[in-house]
Design a protein around this ligand. Structure first.
Ligand SMILES: [Fe+2]
Ligand SMILES: [Fe+2]
Length: 401
């Protein structure tokens, strides 16, 4: 019936109906009723009301308990060490980045996304043939879309880092958190400048990213905020940054990503330290299971839901269906690689903080994520180590070609 209806309406109405069907499928994909109840209001604001796209500043109600301690305990030596390291490794996005580099997104030899990122020839299966110039323009749009989502994610990270710094019960964690707030501010600065000066195109926030950020901002439990931001979103960011770092031919972007990845490695490391202690010492079995289920559902949403529909809306409405675009993007070589890097970072961290127990393992196994289980978690990897791993993979890939 729905398919028949779609056949007779104009393309833009069809696209809107398709977007609502997408929104419904996001919610119906969440199997756990408690997870659905907690994501539901954010999903309505993000997917139905589309608050991230209505052009006005977004106001979200944040309600968490601030934790102060007038005795200033030295309570977490590992967090204190991260704080010391973070102070030493600060960099200045204005001074230390070679902004004079000439960036031309339409020059294939130094494009933001390499030619094979999208596997654009597969569009022919849908009867779409692009000229070489159009292919470059489409890759430019997808690159700008990705960078825009990085920027929006960084704004979410900036606010979440500030909230977590207020709420966390570890005093050394608060000192460390202050450096993360600064790091995230710098990431907003550096990505915004790159997008406006070098790419000339800023996309609105993706609806699904909005849902996750809205959920984190409005959740009053600090450890859920923390799990969402420091483990899940940071894992997603490291996946995306790592993929682009490996694949881009654009030297300025590569330098920026190298710097940002090193900062993000500390953020996830802190997330693992704080949550490992909290989940082990503070949560009862029921609370731990609830976090376990939530993390799994969000991991699956992240795997399936960043499909650049904003680029589809611009290029392909009326030329191919939303479902066909979804398959096209999800199976593109760049996105396949992104998911690999993301989950190779994320899954070992979930193991390390105690949320990948034998109870939930079959669920991860069913969606193909258990193979990442044995990787190194963030507390076993430095920023330099992460970059060396990515460089190593690049070298191996180049040698294999
Ligand atoms: Fe960041
Ligand atoms: Fe971060």
């Amino acid at each position: 019936m729905f398919e028949r209806l779609l056949g007779i309406v104009p393309p833009h109405v069809k696209n809107q109906l398709g977007a609502y069907a997408e929104a419904w499928s996001v919610l119906s994909e969440v199997k756990d009723p408690r997870v659905l109840a907690s994501l539901g209001p954010s999903a309505i604001r993000g997917l139905i009301l589309r608050r991230g796209k209505n052009g006005t500043p977004t106001r979200m109600k944040a309600s968490h308990a601030a934790h102060l301690d007038w005795s200033y305990p030295a309570d977490q030596p590992a967090m204190r060490a991260l704080y010391t390291k973070a102070k030493k490794l600060q960099w200045d996005a204005a001074r230390d980045v070679a902004w004079s580099t000439d960036v031309d997104p339409l020059d294939p030899s130094r494009a933001v996304l390499p030619a094979n990122f999208m596997g654009v020839e597969r569009l022919r299966d849908h009867g779409i043939r692009l000229t070489p110039k159009e292919e470059l323009a489409l890759a430019h749009c997808l690159g700008a879309w990705m960078m825009s989502q990085f920027l929006h994610g960084e704004q979410g990270a900036l606010l979440a880092a500030a909230q977590v710094t207020e709420a966390v019960q570890f005093f050394d964690g608060k000192l460390y958190g202050a450096t993360q707030v600064m790091d995230e501010g710098r990431h907003v600065e550096v990505f915004h400048r790159y997008i406006t000066e070098k790419l000339g195109k800023l996309y609105p926030i993706n609806d699904n990213l909005f849902v996750i950020i809205d959920g984190l901002m409005t959740d009053s439990r600090w450890d859920r905020k923390f799990l969402g931001m420091q483990i899940m979103i940071e894992g997603l960011a490291l996946g995306a940054f790592g993929t682009l770092y490996k694949q881009t031919n654009e030297p300025l972007l590569r330098d920026i990503l190298r710097r940002v990845i090193q900062d993000e490695a500390r953020h996830v490391h802190y997330g693992v330290l704080a949550l490992r202690t909290h989940i082990r010492d503070e949560l009862d079995e029921r609370e731990r299971r609830e976090r376990e289920d939530w993390a799994f559902e969000v991991a699956v949403l992240m795997r399936d839901r960043f499909m650049a529909f904003e680029v589809y809306d611009e290029w392909f409405v009326g030329r191919m269906s939303r479902a066909a675009w979804r398959t096209f993007i999800s199976e593109s070589p760049g996105m396949v690689n992104f998911r690999q890097v993301m989950f190779s970072r994320l899954v070992p961290n979930l193991r390390e903080i105690g949320l990948l127990t034998p109870r939930i393992m079959p669920a991860y196994d069913r969606v193909g994520l258990l193979r990442y289980m044995r990787g190194r978690s963030a507390d076993q990897l430095t920023g330099d180590g992460m970059i060396a791993e990515l460089d190593g993979e690049t070298a191996v890939a180049a040698a294999a070609e």
